[in-house]
Design a protein. Sequence first.
Length: 683
Amino acid sequence: MKYVRYRDENYSSDGGGQGDDKRKILFFILTAICTTLSMLTKEQGVTVIAVCAAYDLFVQHKVKITDLINMKWDLYKKEMEGLILLFILGASLVAFRFMFMGNKTPEFAPSDNPAADSNNSLAKFLTFTLLPVYNFWILLCPRVLSFDWSMEAIPLVEKILDARNSLTLLFYTILGYFSICLLKHIHRPRLKKYTPHLNGNGIAHHYSHSTKHVIPKIYKTRRSSNSSTDSEEETIAVMKYSLQDISIISLSILIFPFIPATNIFFYVGFVIAERVLYIPSMGFCLFVAYGAYLLYRKYFNDVWKKQCVIVCVTLTILLMSGRTVLRNDVWDNEENLYKSGIQINPAKAWANLANVWNQQGKLSSAEYAYKKALTYRGNMADTHYNLGILYQDTKRYDEAIESYSRAISYRPKLSMAHLNLGILYANKGKYEEAEKVYKHCADLDTSGLKDPRLHANTKISALYNLGRMYAEINRYQEAIDTYKEALKRRPSHYAPQSIYNMMGEVYTKLGKLSDAEHWYREALKSKPDHIPAHLTMAKLYHKQVKVFDAEEWFKKAKEVSPDDPSVDHHYAHFLSETGRLNEAAQLYEQAIIKSPQDFELVFNAANTLRQVGNNERSEQLYKRATSIKPNSATAHMNLGAMYHINNKLKEAEASYLRALELKPDDVTTQQNLVKLRNLMSKS
């Protein structure tokens, strides 16, 4: 609309008046701003420039196609200003977009657009020419819709004899015929100026009948008079928008915004994307509405046919509105959305549905959905990876390792799968395998991937976890070297405080306490509220028997993160070791409220409460510990001891026996069981 106003101002100036150049410039600036905002919202917004150019050439100035073909630009010198400005604007925006993208076209996975990845040139051509037909059918009859049309949602057209080619041929034949007919009727004259009969109050109402819509526009022009002042007269320019004009605008809005999705200039990351049809649907609606108007006008004097037109239009509006309401309900939540896509793209729909169920805690349903997705497309690395996370979270480590390995086999650069695989090997004590995986992950070539920051961070995390593993198996110097390598290679966006803190812990284990303190302070300098650094500083001072300084660091940690149960846990452990058992017990109770399922916290709290003589509470917590970790022999042994102390002899015997099932050679448990049975035999 802003460009139309710009052209109107231009026309007013050319028509003999004294056009306002400032207003003309303002309207073009507004055109540029709106176009830029449109492109920033969605790339295809830049195609509005082509729509403006089509309006300028074929509606505003009725340029002949033959003149364009024969390059007779000298006939349209006055009309070139707007087109040149549009070209400069379009070139600038496209250049900016490519510069923002790193001067390269977008990269997508082969499954996003299978035809683009096909080596069969015929299949590419036939499939790409078929896709606009599907898009047009979605506009015409949006019965079957999907959130995603990638993968095999539309199978490739690989043969000339494929029946779908007949649809392609029919579609382009109709489109070509309509376009040729339209171009033949484009003619240059459009605005006709005349001086109407005025009655002193306005425009006379005596227009001749025409097949065109007549829209009066009043332009004020100045003329010189013999008097000392200028006078104004109103010239009426009658704008006649013909069927051809409206068809041109409709087709322009319908076709130009869709062109980027046709894979003509570069491959896109989808087969069909319904969002691409938002702008073209405006042209489609304009076309349909004008067609309905023409039918209504044609049968205006035939009551029955006119009523049929009204009923058909009403039904169309109601049907489309109803489909919109139903589709909005589907988009109301992710679960409904992905369920609706199972018919079109089952692999993608099941995989996404599994992610939703996983987030909702429906783990069995999520596992079923992941496996269902893989039955349709077994090479989806992301799905194997997500299934591996589910297995890992449910402590099914062997199955998780298998899923991560499959994910890596299908996508060798999937760094997160490498990292998690290394963590699982380390947790299972397979340190050689973990070391190989960590090192391989750290050296992955991740160039050209969608999320370079994530993969860069993952590579440094691999070094971080490798250093932790070295420290756990007492290979301290290798741990330090690995941490230093991580610091050397880390990108600027990777926060270093965790590495600094782990460096400090290694130096603490080596007895180099001054070096340890240096790295702890580096961690705090990088992130002043880094809780692990506060806790390790406190432990360092405790190790140096600086009890007051240690407690001050624990208190600082509580000030920084008062709701963190790990702070209460470590602080309580410190109080317990310094003989302040009652304070430790109180702090443990506070921590348990915040984290009731933390095994170490619950177990240590039970120990402290036993020491202060609160045997009933200690028994409760040991019992909770065995429910959190049913296979912990130590927890069952301690629970048996508390039952023993509390004179619950049968329960004590059961707990001791369970502990011996888990750890048959535990001497303490064997001795306690003997003592218990001696006591039971006397009673």
